[in-house]
Design a protein around this ligand. Sequence first.
Ligand code: ZN
Ligand code: ZN
Ligand code: FE
Length: 759
Amino acid sequence: MTENGVAKRLKVNGIVQGVGFRPFIFQLAEKYGLKGDVANTSSGVSIHIEGPAGKVASFEADLSAKSPPLAVIVEINSQRVAVKNYPDFTITKSKGESRTSTLISPDVSICDDCLAELLDPDNRRYRYPFINCTNCGPRYTIIDDIPYDRPKTSMRHFKMCAACQSEYDDPTDRRFHAQPNACAGCGPHVCLYDNQRNKISLKDPIDQAAELLKQGYILAIKGLGGYHLAADAANSDAVMRLRRRKLREEKPFAVMSVDLESIRRYALADGGEEKLLTSIQRPIVLLRKKNPSCLVKEVAPKNKYFGVMLPYTPLHYLLLKQGFTALVMTSGNLSEEPIAIDNDDAFNRLAGIADYFLVHDRDIYLRSDDSIVRNIAGTKRFIRRSRGFVPIPIFLKNEVPPILACGADLKNTICITQQDKVFLSQHIGDLENLATYEFLKLTAAHLRRILDIQPEIIAYDMHPDYLSTQFAREQEVTPKIQVQHHHAHIVSCMAEHKLEGPLIGLSFDGTGYGTDAAIWGGEILIAEEHDFERAGHLAYVAMPGGSAAVKAPWRMALSYLRDAYGEQFRELKLPLLTEIESAKLTVIGEMITKGVNAPMTSSLGRLFDGVAAICGIRSQVNFEGQAAMELEMLAADAAQSIYDYDWIAGDTVNVQPAPIIRGIVKDLQQGRSAADISAKFHQTLIRLFTDLCAVIGKDRGLDRVVLSGGVFQNSILLTGLTDALEKRRFTVFSHRQVPSNDGGIALGQAVVAAAISSR
Ligand code: ZN
Ligand code: ZN
Ligand code: FE
C-alpha cells in the first residue's frame, strides 16, 4: 500500500443501479490509480476505496460531479476505515439482502452512442430495433421484481449470445451489466401482422410498416410502455379514420417527429421547449401551432397547440427516418380504456382500429403512457407524469410511515411512501370502467412488490362513490384516512416545496367532494398538513343534471345566468338562449329552482365552462375541461379593463359570480368579441383572488400562497396570479414535480394521512 494511504467506505444512495454506476466507479478508480471494490447492496452502492489521500479526495469529488446521466444521487455517506491493502480495484457480485431500498430507474430514450451505432452499417447492431446500453433503454416497464437483474425482467426469455455476454461482463464496456442487452442474434425481434393475425413475412418489417403508413393505413405499434396507434399526420383521411374507429371525436392526438427541424415545420418551440423535447425522458410537449401548418387540422382540431414528442426507442427512429414530417402516435386503446401492452390483448382490442400490427416479443410488464408537459413561465409543468419519470420518487422533508394513497377518480395515479420518499405511480386513467379499475389494482400490487413495502395506512378521497374509495375500502390495511380533495391538492404542492402550514391555498379545479357533501372547486383554504379551514369559496350555484352538466356547459350557463338575473334571465337577448329549445329551458329552470337532481357547486372549473357557453364558444364538450381550455386559448393578449366583482365577507368569504356574469352579458350585447371577453374574464379572476388573498393574508398574518388544482393548467391564470400576488409581497408556490390536476393528488393524500396519524 502507498505511504500515507487512507481508506474510505462510501455508501451511495439514490438511483445508482442499472444505470452504469459501477463501471463509472471502476473507471474513476483506474483514473486515480486507487484500489478497493464496489458492490450493489440492497440499500444502494457500497464502495471501499484506498490510496493517497489527495487522490481519494479527487475520487470523492468526481463521484458526485461526474456521475452517469441516468444516476440520481440522493445521499453519499463517507467514513474513514482501516486500510486493507487491496491488490487492485474490482467490481464484486451483488450482495442481496431481504430488505431493499434501492431506487429503480425509469425508462429512458435511446442515447446518442446507441443511436450512432443503430445507423452505422458497420456496427453489428446496425438497424437492430432493440439496441440499448447502461445509459438508455427500458427499465421500469420490464421489471417484475427486485433486485433489478435480468432474470427479474422480461429479458429473461432471451439468452445472451457470446458477443453480448462478453460486453455484459466487461466492466469497461458501455453495456456492462446492461440488463436488457441484446443483439439481432440473441434478442427480441419485430414482426408485422395484418389485423386477422396473419404474419406478413418480410425481410424488413419496419420498412414495410413505413410503406403502409404512407399509403394511409393505421398501424398498431408496440412501443416501450404500451401500444401506440399510428397514422401519417399529413394525411387527413387516415387521421379522420383513426378518430372514427377510436371513438375520439376531438381530443387532440399526439404526434412524433424524427428531429427538431421537422417539428419546426409545423410548430413553434422556444429554447425551453426544445430542451424539454430533447430531454432523456422524451415527454409529449405542448407546442403552439404554426399557421398555416403542414399537418392536417384533424390532428388537433380547434386547438392552438400540438402535443409533440421526439422518438425515444430505436424502433421509432427506424420508422420516422423513412421521411414523415410527423406520425400521429396516440395511445393504443379505445377511448378511456388503459393502453394495450400484451400482444393478444392488442389484437383483441385494437383489431377494429388498426389495419396492421407491428409487434415484438419483448414483454411489457407494466404499461406506462407517454408523459405530457407544458412550459409555462420558463418552468416545466406536468399535465401527465408517467413514462420517463416514474418511478423517480418525490422527496419529503421528513420520514413518514408506509402509506398507500389511492388518488381520485379522474386522471388517477396512486402512490406509496417509503421513509422520506413518495413513489407516485404512472398515469392509470379515469376510473370509469372495469379495465381501468383492474389496472389500478395491478399497479398497486406491482409497486408494493418492486418497492418491497407493506403499507400501514391507507389514504383516500372523501367521495363516497369513487372507485378509488371502493379500492381503499377493499384493502385489509387499517387505519384508513379520508382526505378532503382540495386539501390534498394544496398539500401535494406543499410537499413538493417542503412547506409547513399555515398558509393560504388556492385550490381551483372542476370537481371534488366537500365536507358538506357539495361539489367544491373554487376554494380558498388556510391549510396545514393535518387540517384546513375553508376561508372562502365561490358562491354555490346549482349543477342541473349533476354530472350531465360537466358534459354540457350550456346547463352551467343557465345556472349562472339565473344566479345573476333571477327568473328574468329568460328574457335576455343572448344567442345561447335562442339556440336552446324553450321546453328544455323550462325543464332546466325547474331543476335549478326546485333543486331536483341539481347538486350545489362552488367549482371554478364549472364557472369557466359556463362563461365559455355564454360566449358561444362551446355548449357541449367531448372531454372534461375542453370548454375551459378553449376559452383560455381564445383569450386576446391583453385586456383593456376588468369586470366588477364582489364578495360577501364573513367567517367564510362568499365570492359572487353574478357581477362578473352581468358584465359579460353586457359586453356580449354590445358586440364585444369572445377573445376580448375571455381576456377580461381571466384578468378579473386574477385581480379578485389577489385582492382576496391580501385581505385574508392581512387578517391572519399569512404571506405565503400555494396554487393547486387542475384549473392551474391554465397558463394565463397561473402566470397572472403568480405575478400579481408577488407584487403584493406574497411568496407564491406552484407545481414543478407533479401535475396540478388530480394526477398529483395522491401525493397530498399521503402527506395529510401521515400528518394526521402522527398526532
Ligand atoms: Zn445507449
Ligand atoms: Zn447478442
Ligand atoms: Fe381536483
